[in-house]
Ligand binder design. Structure first.
Ligand SMILES: [Zn+2]
Length: 284
């Protein structure tokens, strides 16, 4: 690949014919083909050279450049988790509740996946409360090949009107800090789901990119977190935060039936792109 500094030398491009990484000095983000990813470690400059940590090379750049080939059976069945439910409403804005929006989105997503010939397992199909570990266990028992958890975000701190857009999460690799962990506490111990680190990232990337391509949601990056439901999975899985309920633009999208269906169609498309990619194992 070619490496070249741009403009002020505060940024660096790493390119070949098909791909383009853009690094920024002191940043914990990188863009890959115009999609944002959170890094485990900030980019530093040492003796005039940009330095990317080995764990970001291993857990982010390598699987993006060479998506893993799936060694187990082809992807046939998708577990869909509508976030929250029952006595847990999730985020609330006025009378709007996250648990209702996630269930609506889950229903739309299932329709698109079935239309594409895939089987669907609902973790919940009604307004009921389920503990997080139980959600992962239900997915494990169902023999699902992938797990997709649906959520909508909320932010009520100062400047909440400036926080909007899509975040897609996959499990943090063992030993690395999670994206939203200000203390950067890495955990050495891994989880069973860390076996799927590379496929988790590919799935997160494909779904995130499909949503950015097909909806007006802003890009807040593919991120890492140790969400309970992801740590216990025995299959690759992601968690999609499809916009901020605290932002008027995102709210308009999630409240419109048409926009929500567009989001569901994009998630389904991302899953199908992922399936194609890991089942044939060819580069993008
Ligand atoms: Zn949620």
């Amino acid at each position: 690949m070619h490496l070249r500094p741009i403009a002020s030398k505060e940024e660096m491009l790493l390119t070949n014919r098909w791909t383009r990484f853009r690094f920024r000095k002191d940043s914990d983000r990188v863009t890959y083909n115009e999609v944002e990813f959170r890094l485990s470690d900030r980019i530093t400059i040492e003796s005039g050279r940009f330095r990317v940590s080995q764990r970001d090379i291993d857990s982010l750049m390598a699987p993006l450049l060479a998506p893993p080939k799936r060694s187990v059976r082809p992807i046939r069945r998708i577990a869909i988790n509508a976030g929250h439910g029952g006595r847990d409403p999730g985020n609330m804005e006025g009378r709007r509740m996250e648990k209702t929006l996630t269930l609506d989105l889950a229903t739309d997503l299932a329709r698109h996946l079935k239309a594409a010939g895939l089987q669907v397992v609902f973790i919940r199909s009604t307004d009921r409360f389920i503990e997080l570990p139980e959600r992962a266990e239900a997915a494990n028992r169902s023999g699902a090949d992938l797990y997709v958890s649906l959520h909508f975000n909320g932010f009520d701190g100062p400047g909440s009107d400036s926080v909007q857009g899509l975040e897609t999460y996959c499990l943090t690799p063992a030993g690395a800090p999670s994206s939203n962990d200000a203390q950067r506490r890495g955990r050495m111990a891994g989880f069973e789901a860390n076996r799927f680190d590379r496929e988790n990232l590919t799935l997160a990337h494909q779904v995130h990119r499909a949503i950015l391509d097909q909806t007006p949601l802003a890009d807040r990056g593919v991120r890492r977190a140790r969400f309970k439901e992801l740590t216990l999975l025995k299959m690759p899985g992601i968690l999609v935060e499809g916009g901020y309920m605290s932002h008027p633009t995102d709210t308009r999208l999630m409240e419109s039936r048409k926009s929500r269906d567009q989001l569901a169609a994009a998630i389904a498309d991302g899953i199908l792109r992922h399936k194609k990619l890991v089942e044939r194992g060819a580069p993008e």
